[in-house]
Design a protein around this ligand. Structure first.
Ligand SMILES: Cc1ncc(COP(=O)(O)O)c(C=O)c1O
Length: 323
């Protein structure tokens, strides 16, 4: 795999890789669950997007950018991490967020503001158009904006997860273990594309399970096939590893927390002291729990924690868990 792309270091790597013995015993599905802690990538409460931003910010700096511009949901972890990456790199940051400003900003919105990002509320308008407008406004003021698409899911961004796979594989080798399956949340597809390329590069023989948090399989399959191919071309990897995408866990839709996410959040918190979020990693872990109970997973299974925990504080009412 090509390793000479420009890269900056926004992250503290490697993130921990460790077993979850008490969670595995709680699940009682005959599998040994491990976790890769990309909630601990280091900057402004961490998450998967910082790995992508290591490569995207390097590209932006090389192009002489003055500002990063990106978009996402109001509680976007990607936007919060982009704001942190911009602050760390001495760049301006403009975030085009879906929805409307609220009187009491919570969770990631509060952090976006603390990190100094300029927020553009798009209401129900198409965020791609709103982002293009923000880019044009900056250009008209003589700035040099660098536009990052939703989720940072470009081949350059996805390179962050191809290298993450190499990091994880090295850690596993040093600990004398290997995984039969790896489970992770997938949405805009960059994490999945990178993982698929990294695993393909090493010829890993296990199963990759992507738990969709918002899209049905045909849409996500189309998006990720194109992105994975482009990432593989960029990194000169001939055979990306196939990913089994699951859309059985969409529940009430994007960002709607239900009983499976609540069970997953509570089980990991109370058995291991590790927090997952209501939107992405709680849903992905709920998927792992269900796949385990149905006997679809076997052996040693890695749950790749992709972050998102600041969003917990935007779900106070839903998270009133009781005893
Ligand atoms: C916490 C978390 N996990 C997973 C994902 C999904 O990653 P991707 O957009 O690369 O599919 C996101 C995306 O925003 C996220 O914030």
């Amino acid at each position: 795999m090509r390793t000479d792309l420009p890269v900056v270091s926004l992250t503290q790597l490697p993130t921990p890789l460790h077993s979850l013995p008490r969670f595995s015993a709680w699940l009682d599905a005959g599998i040994e669950v491990w976790i890769k802690r990309d909630d601990l990538t280091g900057l402004a409460m961490g998450g998967n997007k910082l790995r992508k931003l290591n490569f995207l910010v390097a590209d932006a700096l090389q192009q002489g950018a003055s500002d990063l511009v990106t978009t996402g949901a109001a509680q976007s972890n990607h936007c919060r991490q982009t704001a942190a990456a911009a602050a760390r790199s001495g760049l301006g940051c403009h975030l085009v967020l879906r929805g409307h400003a609220t009187d009491r900003p919570g969770g990631n919105v509060l952090l976006d503001q603390l990190l100094g990002a300029k927020l553009h509320w798009a209401g129900v308008a198409d965020t791609r158009q709103a982002m293009a407008a923000a880019v044009s406004q900056l250009q008209a003021r003589g700035r040099q904006p660098y536009a990052i698409p939703l989720g940072g899911s470009t081949p350059i961004g996805a390179a962050g997860y191809a290298t993450a796979w190499l990091e994880m594989a090295q850690q596993a080798r040093r600990q004398g273990i290997d995984f039969d399956a790896v489970v992770f949340a997938t949405s805009s597809g960059g994490t999945q594309a990178g993982i698929s390329v990294g695993a393909g590069d090493l010829g890993w023989p296990g199963e990759l399970h992507g738990i969709s948090v918002d899209h049905k399989v045909p849409h996500l399959q189309a998006v990720t096939t194109a992105l994975t191919q482009a990432t593989a071309e960029l990194l000169v990897v001939s055979s990306p590893h196939p990913v089994i995408i699951h859309d059985d866990y969409l529940g009430g839709g994007y960002g709607v927390m239900g009983a499976p996410e609540r069970e997953a959040i509570q089980a990991l918190a109370r058995n291991e002291g590790v927090l997952v979020d209501p939107v992405y990693t709680g849903r992905a872990l709920a998927g792992l729990i269900d796949l385990g109970r149905r006997g679809i997973l076997h052996g040693r299974v890695l749950f790749w924690h992709t972050g998102g925990t600041p969003a917990l504080f935007a779900y106070e009412d839903d998270l009133a868990l009781g005893e």
